[in-house]
Design a protein around this ligand. Sequence first.
Ligand SMILES: Cc1cc2nc3c(=O)[nH]c(=O)nc-3n(C[C@H](O)[C@H](O)[C@H](O)COP(=O)(O)OP(=O)(O)OC[C@H]3O[C@@H](n4cnc5c(N)ncnc54)[C@H](O)[C@@H]3O)c2cc1C
Length: 417
Amino acid sequence: MKTRPRALVIGGSIGGLFAAHWLRATGWDVRVFERVGDDLASRGAGIGTHEELRAVISRLGLTVDETIGVWVHTRICLDRGGRITHQLATSQLQSSWARIYRLLKDAFPAADYRFGMALERIEQDAGGVTAFFADGSRERGELLVGADGVRSTVRELLLPEAQPRYAGYVAWRGLVDEATFSPPAHKELFERYTMCFPDGEMMLCYPVPGRDNDTRAGRRGYNHIWYRPTDGREALPRLCTDASGHCHGISIPPPLIRPEVTARIKADARELLAPQIAAIVERTGQLFFQAVFDLESPRIALGRVALLGDAAFVARPHVGAGVTKAALDAECLARAIQAADGDLDTALSRYDRERRLFGSRIVARARKLGAYIEAQLKPPSERTEAERQPPPEFLMREIGTINLDLKALTAPEGATP
Ligand SMILES: Cc1cc2nc3c(=O)[nH]c(=O)nc-3n(C[C@H](O)[C@H](O)[C@H](O)COP(=O)(O)OP(=O)(O)OC[C@H]3O[C@@H](n4cnc5c(N)ncnc54)[C@H](O)[C@@H]3O)c2cc1C
């Protein structure tokens, strides 16, 4: 009997799990190596989904039913006084990082997924790839998938010049329980996608699965995400400095964010956002933030190594498509290998061509949507036309609704559906 070729997947988050499932489904013996020591399900927050994400999950044979997320059919924009200024009928399923992770992780054989395995180094030769881990162990496979996120070790080893670029703003995030809404606030807000656009900023709020991924009425969660200009030289390191004065770099574990920093965010919310949204920020137990980056890799296939998900390209979150992109990358990789009948050179060069085009287009789309927030760090006289704040109608239509079909994404401007 022919032995199955082995794939080593570095990174056991959503991108790594999609890669693992797709390769396994197409005949590979897959091992996943995740640096973190235990289950990742407590991570993350709400995510917008796309039709394409549900379709990829279904093609894997996993269940996509009503428990995958919360449907929202209306978007509203609130002004500073709390009045609805714009309304748009559009349907989108809002899910959460943990819900998608759980679905993928539980369906993958536990014995082939190893926590606490930090990749340090790789060696390639004509026959395959050897991965060396921090605990001194090594593994060998015919293919290695770098699904290790925006700070990818795999990319750093092979393409050190491809560095994420800080976009000049952060996303302040938080989650509150549905049960904390008063009946009038629930009626007005809960089942809608609500947006506020203070000058140079963007606040988005929507329902998501609640604790333990519960999507039953009364047990859901409400996610908010507030994009705020934050200069990378001083303000960001200050945000990332804990009470002992230690700066954690460009992110900080949420419990270490200084209380005066979150108090400031809550005060700004009262000053800049609709009162009903400021009230939600106020009662959020743990506010946290993520710096926003752009990343474009000049190549995503290098010998026997493929980069995938955020390790390959990071589009700003305004397209709400990181998870879907990772899923589509994984499917493309597996299908390209299948179509090439095991000829990895042909397969990987096809993967590189198709997903690099997709990745660079989506990064450009997302950058355009966030250009006005980034431009707040420049004096107004230096801002270009493309850096002016678009009207709310435009942002309400475009945020998170991109058509992820490659043909549509690469169609000439104006012809995109
Ligand atoms: C503010 C914000 C909002 C977002 N909103 C959305 C949204 O609405 N919709 C959406 O689809 N996406 C959204 N995203 C993007 C989405 O979260 C990511 O695109 C997605 O999680 C990418 O997954 P990944 O598996 O490629 O990378 P990651 O989730 O970063 O996973 C990388 C994994 O690799 C592991 N790792 C790293 N180094 C090593 C190593 N050396 N050895 C072993 N393991 C390693 C890490 O521990 C981690 O588990 C958002 C992102 C942000 C920042």
